[in-house]
Design a protein around this ligand. Sequence first.
Ligand code: CMC
Length: 431
Amino acid sequence: MSQDAFRLTSPDGKSLDLPIHRGTCGPDVIDVATLYREQGVFTYDPGFVSTGSCSSDITFIDGEKGILMYRGYPVEQLAEHSSFIEVSYLLLHGELPTAEQLAAFDRTIRTHTMLNEGMLRFFNGFRYDAHPMAMLSAVVGSMSAYYHDTTNAEDPEHRDIFSHRILAKLPTIAAAAYKLNIGQPFMYPRNDLNYCENLLHMFFAVPAEPYEIDPIAAEALDLLFILHADHEQNCSTSTVRMAGSSGANPYSAIAAGIAALWGPAHGGANEAVLSMLEEIGHAKNIGKYIEKAKDKNDPFRLMGFGHRVYKNFDPRATIIREMCHKVLAKLGRKDTPLFDLALELEQVALNDDYFKQKNLYPNVDFYSGIIYRALGIPTSMFTVMFAIGRSVGWTAHWREMISDPKGKIARPRQLYTGSPPRDYVDIAQRK
Ligand code: CMC
């Protein structure tokens, strides 16, 4: 990082030169770390709209140009040529693997898919209708109780073991949650299958009859996981970094990230898109819902539209839209009307002045739910699928954060707007 300076002059004429850091791509950042010490003021940026919370080598987004790169590789190229397992290696280790490295990594992930039987019994304690995201965050949090012998963040071997366990076991935990919801027996993982085939097996096979894995379904899942694998300092990733910065064990940090992902403004949006499309029901109602989305007094928002960073288009949405056509042509005839409704809604919104002026474009979640549904995955599992893909990004960021020699506990400050100092009032005197 080369440096320059940004001169800040306070109202009383005191000036302070703040260093400017240049990354390899993207806007420069002004280093305000000395501001409070030198000038006695904090910066104020609710929602971190203009704030870089860390430096990172993992993922780059240019929201104006619609660029997303993992370790410098454009996501379009990875989506076309790579696999989720290879992308996972890239995110975790910084470079694409050689054939031997990939084979070894793939073998490691395949052979860590089983859960401790005690952990499986956790699922007996959940209500049959528990939301799978609630189960996912609880069970991932509990992994620290099972694997506490390998949670020393200072030990690179422990960090690797943790990374492999998260990636390998998340589909198994997700499948256990799903089987509980539908009252079917849990299917143990099959290590002869690849990552996505094994997930489909654990979700959809039953002990009573053979289950044939559809290669298009496995391919679609693999693509979705690649597209969801990382997205720099988004809400859940920042949560993982923040929780982990206290030295908390990494399973707890990932559980915190899962909880953050669940919200409808973040990973919960793919579930919300499907509910919204079902509520709209028919193309004739689109106009009414567009008006609701524009009405400041109506809390309704067009789910799957808009993004904090992408202000032109979401490159993931472009890739996924094509996959939607492929999957629906092969698997999802009954969902074609829903997809047609989505495409019509997309067109109306894209041609509407409100959406054009505010740069609101369809994001990745506008389409991902339609694919998941065509694969037979129920709506309540959509955010779980997002979590499986994103788990490798969270893990890569936790590893980067924990090995940063300049790392500190994340501890923001505030603008206090509460009562000025006042004296305690005895209860008998209170009105
Ligand atoms: N429908 C209607 N109006 C919208 C929408 C929408 N989906 N999104 C933003 N706006 C309006 C918003 O009301 C605001 O208007 P004004 O300037 O008049 O107050 C303006 O556009 C800017 O929006 P914002 O809420 O200030 O933008 P943000 O960066 O804080 O929020 C967002 C980004 C993604 C939370 C938001 O666009 C949203 O709620 N979208 C719907 C939920 C969604 O699809 N989320 C998935 C994001 S992609 C997956 C992921 O990475 O998690």
